[in-house]
Every structure is written in C-alpha cells, then in structure tokens.
Design a protein around this ligand. Structure first.
Ligand SMILES: [Zn+2]
Length: 362
C-alpha cells in the first residue's frame, strides 16, 4: 500500500496496491464454476471479468455436489490452467466448499442437501488425481467423527482446511484446529439463525487465535456492528475479505436459475436470496466493494482493508507481496472515504497489463 500523503480523503492521487486476492469465487458475470457445462472458455472469461475488478489472484470455488460433478469441473479448471500461463498464475488452486458440511437448514446455506456427505479420504484422493493436486483449500464442518483424521491428512499434504457451514460444538472445532484447520469460512454466515448465547461456533472460532477468518463484507451478509465486532475480536491481522461471488454478480435484478438446482432472487440492492426465502444464496459484490466498505468502517483504514484483501489471503494463496525482482501483481485505483467501491484504473497481472480502465470493460 502506497500511503503517499497519508491522507485517505484526498482524491487527487491514485492509490497503488498489490493485486486483490479472493479465496472464494463461485463465478461472476454469468460465468459459473459450478455449472454442469463448465468449459475452458468459461474459466477464461470469468478470469478476465475478475481481473477487471482489480483481482489478480482468485480461487475458483466448487460447492457441495455429486462426486462425478466435482471431478468433472476440477478437471476442466485444471485443463484451463494448463492452457494459459496467465490463468496458471491467476488461479493458484481450487477451493472445494463442502460437501462435508452440516446438512440441516441454516448451516447448510444454499448448498444442496442431497449431496452433503461425511469426509472421505478416498474421495479426496480422487479429486486430486483428476485435477493434478489442484485442490488447495477445503471447507468442512468438523462435527463428523472422521473430521480430525481427515483434517490432519489434508493439512499434512499442504491443503488449507477451513471450518464453515457448521453447527459444531466447541470441542469439535478445537479438535479440528488441533488437527490443522487454520481458517474459518465466511464467519457469521453458514450458521443457524438461532444459537446458544455462550457456547456456539462463532465464539469458538473467534476465540481461537490459530484460526484466520474470512468475511463477506458486502453489507448484506453481516450487519456492520457484527462485522466490526468480529474484525476486532479476530484482529485485522487474522482477517481476510472474500467476495463469495456467484454468477449472478454483475447482472441486473431479477429471478435466476442457479446451477445448484434452485432459483435465486437478485434484489435491486444487490442482495441475493434463495427464491422466496430470506436465505442468502451467495454474493454479488466484487472484492473491491468489500474493501471499500471495511475501509469506511470507524476504526479501520484503507490500509487495513487492503491488507485483508492482499497480504492476509496471500499467506494462503502464495501471493500478495510486491517484491523487487518478482513479477508484479498490482492494481491502481481511486478511492476516498465514503466511496462505495474502488474505482479500478490499471491492473497488472504477473507483469502484464490486463486493462487500462474499468469503463473499457465490455
Ligand atoms: Zn458458503
């Protein structure tokens, strides 16, 4: 982060930061990594749309699905990476969110109940075989009896294990962290509407300093007071912003068919719900908007927010630092306190300019 005059309110000079890093992207601008007909061109198009928003590294996220579908889409993303050096750099690995989550309404969120299943080390092996070891992050609920062994094996293989979509007990969460889980997935979401006031999965994860936490700071998934309290408890240095973008992001309001087999309603204010319910079905605000929101919160700076979207996720993605002699990922943008998003002006991915100005995006 170039602090310059250290005056965030000055809108004269543009800001320069490492490229944004998003650990959870289901799709964007009509492109969906969970689609039954995902192909290499879809992966390319999604990457281009993401780069235009200032994101230079992102992690395609496959949610709960049949093993057959997971294997198919993992293989497509692996083929796409092999076909294009820029994609190879932009996509460090794939995040599989599920299918080993809590099956009950609430914690499960928008994931299809039919395909929720316990952790299975043999299935994990088949994911890696199909994709050339491309799965680098797995979100699960640690309430399954086999969870600690599964977490330990993945952690030993260098796969980041994240806790999410769960109603697990404090003991089950602690055992998963002891076994190597190091992240919480969109903390405060993917959880029951009503929980015990003291012993609940949010406190258990906030209190464990071994866990980083990802947050969807889009203004819909968490009210500001909850977001601020959680960021302070977790501390900015262990907080990571994710978009959790879905294909509906960047499209006009209306009802859409989601590839998970349900319909979703996109409201005019950007809230995306499972049709006819209040359950959120993913997010439509790109990471730059989440950065701007956190930067505008009292007690947090633009520098804090940028770190939460670059250096901190970069610890897991292996990116996020500008260093002499290394190919650069960076974004130039304008922002002043009160702006609802970053105005992205230039994006450089691995030393290559991918665009000059946001308005040039088709
Ligand atoms: Zn989720």
């Amino acid at each position: 982060m170039e602090e310059g005059s250290a005056n965030e309110d000055a809108d004269s000079a543009p800001w320069l930061a490492p490229g944004l890093i998003d650990l959870q992207v289901n799709g964007y601008c009509g492109h969906d990594f969970n689609a039954n007909d995902l192909d290499i061109d879809t992966v390319r198009s999604c990457a281009r749309s993401m780069q235009a928003t200032g994101v230079t590294t992102f992690v395609p996220t496959l949610i709960t699905a049949s093993e057959q579908k997971l294997l198919r889409n993992l293989k497509v993303i692996a083929d796409a990476r092999r076909s294009d050096p820029l994609l190879l750099h932009t996509i460090p690995f794939v995040h599989v969110e599920g299918p080993h989550i809590d099956a009950s309404d609430g914690p499960r969120g928008a994931h299809p109940a039919d395909h929720v299943r316990p952790p299975d080390i043999a299935e994990f092996g088949r994911w890696q075989e199909a994709s050339g070891d491309l799965v680098g992050m797995v979100t699960l609920s640690p309430h399954y009896s086999g969870a600690p062994a599964y977490v330990r094996l993945l952690a030993e293989r260098g796969v980041h294990v994240s806790i999410g979509h769960t109603n697990a007990s404090s003991d089950q969460i602690r055992l998963a962290v002891d076994a190597g889980a190091r992240l919480s997935t969109h903390l405060g979401n993917g959880i029951a509407q009503l929980i015990a006031r003291h012993r609940n999965p949010i406190w258990a994860q906030l209190a464990d300093e071994r866990l980083y936490a990802t947050f969807i700071a889009d203004g819909h998934h968490l009210p500001d007071e909850a977001l601020v309290a959680m960021l302070r408890a977790k501390t900015p240095s262990r907080s990571i912003l994710i978009s959790d973008l879905v294909a509906t992001g960047g499209r006009p309001p209306g009802r859409y068919a989601a590839p998970v087999g349900t319909s979703v309603d996109l409201d005019a204010d950007g809230r995306l719900r499972i049709a006819g319910t209040e359950y959120l079905a993913g997010a439509t605000a790109p990471l730059k908007t989440c950065v701007a929101r956190v930067a505008s919160l009292r007690g947090f700076s633009l520098g804090d927010a940028i770190q939460m979207a670059t250096a901190h996720p970069g610890r897991f993605a292996g990116r996020g630092r500008l260093a002499a002699g290394e190919a650069a990922d960076f974004v130039q943008f304008r922002w002043a306190r009160g702006d609802s998003t970053l105005e992205v002006q230039r994006v450089i991915v691995h030393g290559t300019p991918v665009r000059q100005a946001e308005h040039e995006l088709d």
